[in-house]
Write a protein that binds this ligand. Sequence first.
Ligand SMILES: [Fe+2]
Length: 352
Amino acid sequence: MMNVESVLSALVFCAAGTGLFFYFINRFVLTQRDYPIKAPLLLLAFALLYGGGLWWGWRVGFAPSFWGALVLLAVMMVSEGRRLSLRRRMAGTPPVWQENVAEHLRKPFTTTTLALRHYEIRLPAWRGPRLRIAHVTDFHVNGMLPDAHYRLVMERVQQAEPDLIFYTGDFLSDETSYAERLPVLLGAVRGKLGSFAVLGNHDYWSDPARVTAVLKQAGVQTLENGFQALEAGGARFMLWGCEDPWGPTRWSAPPPADGLVLALSHTGDNIYRLARAGAHAVFSGHYHAGQWRLPGVGPLLVPSRFGRRFDHGHFVVQGAHLFVSAGIGITRIPFRIYCRPDVLIVDIFPAS
Ligand SMILES: [Fe+2]
């Protein structure tokens, strides 16, 4: 006969174990440098905590450890509530226009179904004409995706006629030999005022000097942890690069800039410091929007110390606009589930 006490205990331990994985172990391991057994280790930890929780809970029933698991579960539920509340408070405006974004339950594999999301923001710091930015990130050129996918991406970028193209890192997936493909894949598409990039963790784990050299050959200027002053319609603005925590040098805030400041940071985890330093808008990738998402649940794994807080989309954090793209490539696992690759087009207008 079914023992209610054992069932309840098994469910509580299982939920607490699963939460422990997503809130602590997954978050900690995913932000570490890649090593060969990282993925199997994560799977093993998940299996142990999920399955082990079920087994142990069934076995011990309402033993003292059950109440410990219940408290842990309550703490994680409060933490999830806080995450949802923060996201609601920091939610930016939805896209004014988007293309190919609807997920179909019967079509879970979305590896190359490119979405376009077009945002408009008004910033008091900007006094020039409309500034159009195309944000493309996480190419992960590694032979897993056909060249046609990258060509389509760059075609859509070109059609948008951007003033600036921002690439926010992970051009490669550790395999340096693919670096030579980059100029071919980027083609002749350029922003009217230039194309700019920062490198990502995978670029640093391959050959950053080579990636920088091939990007230069392709007409893309890398910012590293530096800055670049530009002008549009007589109005000056500043670009900042932030490659923390992977670059050889640590980022420090550039001198105070007069006017608009736009920052490129591979990870959105830098948003708070960039906002405090005076960035008006920050463009990031790195999270791949989870790469695997479940309808109604969202991403399962996000390599961020903020967990799923900034997984994807537009946020306003301490007055700074954060745009997080799902990226266009894939890494390790060769597919996306309910998670479309995307390109963001962001138009910046003066406040009045
Ligand atoms: Fe990436």
